[in-house]
Design a protein around this ligand. Sequence first.
Ligand SMILES: Nc1ncnc2c1ncn2[C@@H]1O[C@H](COP(=O)(O)OP(=O)(O)O)[C@@H](O)[C@H]1O
Ligand SMILES: [Mg+2]
Length: 287
Amino acid sequence: MDIPLPLVFSSVERSPFVVGPPITDPRQFFGREYILKRIFDVWKCVPFQHIAVVGAKRSGKTSLLHYVRRIIDTPQDQLRPEQKNNWLLPGYQWVFVDFQDPRMGYQENLLRYILLALDMPIPEPCDLVGFMEITDMYLEIPTIILLDEITAGLASPELDEQFWWGLRSLGSNHAGGKIGFLITAHESPEDFSYNDGTPSPFFNIFGHILNLGPLTEAEARMLIGNSPIPFAEEDVEWILAQSSYWPALIQMLSHSCLTSLEENQKGLEWRTEALSRMKPYRYLLDE
Ligand SMILES: Nc1ncnc2c1ncn2[C@@H]1O[C@H](COP(=O)(O)OP(=O)(O)O)[C@@H](O)[C@H]1O
Ligand SMILES: [Mg+2]
């Protein structure tokens, strides 16, 4: 009897449309050329400056962060032909922090996680002072720290004012300006404050504030064109019109269209169903 080999994750087929989770594989990421250029241009020169990406829920912030941290080191043969990976020279190191992960709300866990990701020694105790000494001594490589959903971090009682002052110092010339931050949030950093309403010191180092809007029409068409079965032109136009080019909505509508084709459904019931699935995300259309 043949024993089946364990399935290697990388050999599992990629879905043409991803409905729900953020995009982590660069090949499944579409568009955003303009904002990518703005982001990578900031980190071409030292001292690194800091960027805030502001966008509504499901506008594509987490997907963008994953792309930013992976694209430079992804070989061209693992990308679609039109995707470029030479935005920056290779050799930067990237740390992705998801503040929606409850473990990241604890200072020691968070600092340990960052040092592990940077392959640095872990001080004992792993507190802010130890962390800063270690980065001061060992940080040689240009380093970008991506902080996703920063407001969840701000709401954590353990990440207190002193902690944010520490991060601020890390981002303002500590370690020779070799650390850049990119944060995401639903609102502009000037509006950030602690639970008690006092402004947080970390956020006025963010000089570059970029709003995350929908894709361009050409980018939206490319995402729809990822379907393994081509859509009828009128379906493409319908998806473009209903989604207003928001990638999350394009993914949902295209998935429904593809399913209807695969199942050989007649008629336009899939549209009615797709629109009702889209209802909770209609706020994007007002952005
Ligand atoms: N550039 C993109 N290309 C393709 N799909 C995207 C892109 N950006 C976002 N999406 C889709 O939109 C959905 C929401 O994206 P996500 O990154 O989770 O948003 P946010 O973090 O702002 O809530 C994801 O399911 C993903 O499939
Ligand atoms: Mg997100």
